[in-house]
Design a protein around this ligand. Structure first.
Ligand code: T1G
Length: 699
């Protein structure tokens, strides 16, 4: 199929790329552009060329689906250099998003015309690679090294207006884009070609101190990532080498990144993030319910945060509390959140008022009768949840969706307590609910398809990553967190210090260690959970030392001391000899001779526990895909994205090795907590991966 067609407008040849859905630079597009350039160069009837795109966007980059396949000529860098070398003027007509290789094609053109809504960007770093077709050499030349390195390291989309200021876009048209590009092309006829690659850079102004400053400014958010440093080295080459040598250096560094396991992991996450909204049995034809107004029960931290997500996208919210003082406090916190954004320049004062105007506070359930979706975020006991759902059943209009924000409780049981069980599901937000992108959409046995489909779409609408989970204790994320935390706590009672456990997992790439995370969330939460479980139902060796701390009032950061102590107004965890005393006493009570535990062993035990639980969840059908579990853990728990999530990480180890390690732990620590997931055993014995499982089961 021809993905690059040509039409003549006078003496201007307009090439149109048509390769849905995003005009990616698949082989046919590269070949089409190269062949057209060769033909047009020698065509006396053609004075100038326009490159435009059909559909919703200009070229959005190389075809990620072709990554990993043997590269086929013509390679993109060659096509880009061929375009730039043309003697006849070539103009890019940009709408939608010119990203990655798409921007590199546009940069090799001699002029660029865009519509107001267009954006440009070099997001390759999010795929573990870097712009590999001249972007790191041409963008610094046309936009300056500072703007270029900002774009390349952030991978962000740059609006047309900003790109105009950078000199990347020559003209923004509010008329017909192709007409404007043809006009630009005609004006350029007879003038010498205007080649981006020939622009000189004042290298002296961007010396070692500039790049040292760049490295320092991104160190925190690129910790553990491989590609960002190579991006910086590419721009260093751009300011110090002639174009040809700079392009060569870019190619070398691109290859280094492409071969690094992080590239595969990040590309896995790119598709995993997009797969989550594919739900078996739900199609475009599945009806959706209109969500025009949302009711929130509870104006506490979670209720207020959840409500903000809807107000932020223009969906009015009725928020209910039981007392006026609690309602006022809750709305006050919401206002403070918006005012904090305003103080950072992200919102204007009138926008704050507009957002607050989306909120209607009430003390009466009857005021929820016009809501299309009602989410309760009340205290985490089944008794209270059932009471609330009883009220919702009484007041909610027919067809209203009733959702619980519970982190653990059984949605089937909650649904069964209403007269409309098919309208009930879980919407588990993560704190802070107005910030964390993950949303677990918990499908009860009886949840209706249109209810589920509505909430999967709604997740996208409120800019969340919605992952469908089945009903089980802790759904996906918290269920996996439990054995991970158990192994971390056991390492402490066996000989590691809390700060050593945290350092091991922090250095693995977690945003913080489990001990610090526990202090931040409140050590008493786990304590209360365990009190309700009965000692025969959990590993007391792992938690008695923690529970003693809670009983001493050490509830965590919120009281200034927990597993660590905290100086007044300072969130930095400080090891506390008092805590070590408790730990050592508890070890002695258990007859454990404390021994140091190497960091890699701590990581391995925690990761095997995490992976094994994920495999149980997958095998029980509580997650549709292994990649969905990766999305939960990367977006909800900070698992390093450059490792692709726990299940992809397991694939990189090899499931045979994972299974063998778990059997070794069973031998060493006993069968109670080290039963391999049946699915893990099955895949390991079949020599398969979780990716194979997804391909064979989830489509
Ligand atoms: N290749 C292949 N498929 C792609 C694709 C790509 N580059 N981008 C998107 N898709 C598919 C996506 O999987 C989905 O498919 C559909 O298009 C709609 O995507 C040499 C080497 C363009 C902003 O990183 O950021 O160029 O699920 O749901 O929300 O330097 O897609 O429908 O089957 O995301 O409207 C650099 C990645 C590549 C851009 C549109 N480019 N794409 O967002 O739709 S590397 C990128 C996006 C490169 C060169 C290097 C977004 C979008 P399906 P979507 P959207």
């Amino acid at each position: 199929m021809t993905t690059v067609s040509k039409a003549m407008h006078g003496r201007v040849a307009v090439l149109t790329v048509d390769n849905p859905p995003v005009n990616a630079l698949s082989h046919s597009v590269r070949e089409g552009l190269a062949n057209q350039m060769t033909a047009l160069a020698g065509d006396d009837g053609v004075d100038a060329i326009v490159i435009a795109c059909a559909g919703r966007t200009f070229i959005a980059g190389a075809d990620i689906r072709e990554f990993g396949a043997p590269p086929k000529e013509p390679h993109l860098p060659d096509v880009v250099n061929q375009i730039e070398a043309m003697e006849k003027p070539v103009v890019a007509a940009i709408h939608g998003t010119a990203l990655g290789g798409g921007l590199e094609v546009a940069l090799s053109c001699h002029y660029r015309v865009a519509v107001e809504s267009a954006k440009i960007g070099l997001p390759e770093v999010h795929l573990g690679i870097l712009p590999g077709a001249g972007g790191t050499q041409r963008l610094p030349r046309i936009a300056g090294p500072a703007n270029a390195i900002d774009a390349i390291l952030s991978g962000r989309h740059v609006k047309a207006r900003e790109a105009l200021k950078w000199g990347v876009i020559d003209e923004i048209t509010d008329g017909d884009l192709v007409e404007a590009a043809i006009a630009t092309a005609e004006k350029a006829v007879g003038k010498p070609p205007r080649r981006t690659g020939e622009i000189e850079i004042d290298g002296d102004a961007f010396g070692p101190e500039f790049f040292a400053g760049v490295r320092k400014s991104v160190a925190k958010q690129t910790r553990g990532y491989f590609a960002p440093e190579r991006c910086i080295q590419c721009v260093e080459a751009a300011v110090s080498l002639p174009l040809a040598e700079g392009l060569k250096r870019e190619r070398e560094l691109f290859q280094e990144c492409a071969k690094n396991p992080q590239a595969k992991a990040l590309q896995h996450m790119f598709f995993a993030d997009r797969q989550v909204s594919r739900i078996p049995g739900i199609t475009k034809e599945t009806p959706r319910r209109d969500i025009k107004r949302v009711g929130i029960i509870g104006a506490g931290t979670m209720g207020g945060g959840i409500a903000m997500n809807f107000a932020n996208v223009g969906i009015p919210v009725t928020i209910l509390e039981v007392q006026q003082e609690a309602l006022d406090r809750g709305l006050g916190v919401v206002r403070k959140n918006y005012e904090r954004s305003a103080a950072k320049g992200k919102l204007t004062a009138e926008q704050v008022e507009g957002l607050m105007g989306q909120f209607t506070g009430t003390l009466s359930y009857d005021d929820l009768s016009d809501c299309d979706l009602i989410i309760e975020a009340v205290f985490e006991t089944m008794e209270i949840k059932k009471k609330v759902f009883g009220e919702l059943d009484r007041v909610a209009k027919p067809g209203a969706i009733l959702a619980s924000n519970t982190s653990y409780l059984d949605i089937d049981e909650i649904a069964a307590s209403t007269s409309r069980p098919a309208d009930v599901l879980g919407l588990h937000f993560f704190s802070p609910a107005n910030v964390m992108r993950l949303l677990e959409i918990v499908r009860a046995e009886i949840t209706a398809d249109d209810v589920l489909a509505t909430c999967v779409d709604l997740a996208k609408a409120i800019r969340k990553v919605g992952v469908v989970a089945g009903v089980c204790h802790g759904f996906i994320g918290n269920r996996m967190l439990s054995p991970y935390g158990r192994e971390a706590s056991l390492a402490v009672i066996e000989g590691a210090k809390p700060e050593e456990v945290d350092a091991a997992l922090y250095n693995f790439g977690m945003p913080m260690g489990p001990m610090t995370m526990s202090d931040m969330a409140g050590v008493d939460i786990g304590y209360l959970n365990r009190q309700g479980m009965g000692r025969e139902n959990y590993e007391t060796k792992a938690y008695d030392w923690v529970d003693r701390l809670v009983e001493q009032g050490r509830k965590g950061l919120k009281v200034g001391k927990g597993i660590y102590r905290y100086a007044e107004g300072d969130r930095t965890p400080q090891p506390d000899p008092e805590v070590m005393k408790v730990i050592e006493e508890e070890s002695a009570k258990l007859g454990i001779e404390r021994k140091p535990i190497p960091a890699e062993d701590i990581v391995e035990r925690c990761m095997m526990a995490l992976i094994n639980e994920g495999a149980k969840i997958l095998g029980e059908g509580k997650a549709y895909r292994a990649s969905d579990i990766d999305v939960v853990y990367v977006n909800g728990y900070g698992f390093p994205r450059y490792r692709g999530g726990p299940m992809h990480y397991a694939d990189t180890i090899g499931l045979k090795n994972v299974y063998a390690k778990i059997m070794e732990f069973q031998e060493k620590f006993g069968p109670r907590w080290w039963q391999p997931a049946p699915l893990l055993k099955e895949l390991a014995e079949a020599g398969k991966s979780f990716a194979d499982y997804d391909r064979e089961n989830a489509g």
